[in-house]
Design a protein. Structure first.
Length: 295
């Protein structure tokens, strides 16, 4: 980060940010996420970890390693969305940075984030540039879903194309700019924007709350953008489900599809939800047909 960028962040700094980390049974990942945030300049007193009913000793491990970090504990798991809202409500920093427990912010990430909010007064929500541990880009954000996008999701085409190096270099995840929504894995929101259009809608169980918040913020006149200079390593899927026998990390398609359909109904009505469901099913049917041909 240049000296000019640092000077631009008048009123905002890494220490002014509230960092919220919801976690459920991801102790080692959470310790790493907090460690990276503190190394990037976050003030310990403004880091809030919401332990959502973990059984792996997360809260005790955090208290032992980071005594200045605030830990809130839900005795029973209430879900990511409620945990994120609880953490944001308990914090006093600005902007509010929500981080998945399986993320690692780059050492200069928080300074660059603060500078962006200082330089762009109408920047309401900003997303980090998410990458896999090997450097491959992830989906950072984008436009609101269309029926064609829903069909492609059901077909599994994006995952297939993601294996191709040329596509990874060209698709929107590798670029930045103004979008309708940014990924909740690393989502920063100006405190005033959060108070105006937030919090997360708790009807969304795991996915879709970032999409919903971004669309509401855009409608209220706030800018929503992906910042390429804020690099965040994301162990994608680590907070959702692990297959121990293969060591694989995966999304939960059932939750993803149902939360997306919930957004369609909230935003565009019951008829739109039915059309989106048909698009998903058409894509899934195409995927099954392709598998049958391959076999």
């Amino acid at each position: 980060m240049t000296a000019a960028a640092g000077q631009a962040a008048v009123g905002f700094s890494p220490a002014s940010l509230a960092v919220i980390v919801p976690t459920h049974d991801t102790r080692e990942l959470t310790l790493r996420a907090v460690d990276c945030a503190l190394a990037a300049g976050a003030a310990p007193g403004r880091v809030v970890v919401v332990d959502d009913g973990s059984h792996d000793g997360t809260a005790a491990a955090l208290a032992a390693r980071f005594p200045g970090v605030r830990v809130l504990r839900n005795e029973a798991a209430e879900g990511f969305t409620r945990a994120a809202n609880r953490g944001a409500a308990a914090s006093d920093g600005d902007p509010v940075l929500l981080l998945n427990s399986d993320t690692e912010v780059a050492p200069d990430g928080l300074a660059r984030l603060a500078a962006a909010f200082a330089a762009r007064p109408r920047l309401g929500i900003a997303g980090g540039h998410l990458v896999y541990p090997d450097g491959r880009p992830q989906w950072n954000g984008g436009r609101a879903p269309t029926l064609a996008w829903m069909a492609a999701l059901g077909s599994g085409l994006p995952r297939l194309l993601g294996r191709l190096r040329p596509y990874r270099a060209l698709h929107p995840a590798a670029r930045a700019g103004n979008v309708d929504w940014v990924s909740g894995a690393a989502l920063a929101v100006r405190r005033r924007a959060w108070e105006e259009v937030g919090p997360f809608d708790e009807r969304f169980r795991l996915y879709g709350q970032d999409l919903d918040l971004g669309v509401r913020a855009r409608r209220a006149g706030w800018e929503v953008a992906v910042l390429p200079e804020v690099r965040v390593v994301h162990h994608h899927g680590a907070t959702v489900r692990r297959q121990p026998e293969a060591g694989r990390l995966e999304e939960n398609p059932e939750l993803l599809w149902t939360d997306l359909l919930r957004w369609w109904e909230k935003e565009r009505g019951a008829a739109a939800r039915r059309r989106a469901a048909r698009a998903l099913l058409a894509g899934a049917a195409l995927r099954l047909a392709g598998r049958s041909l391959a076999l």
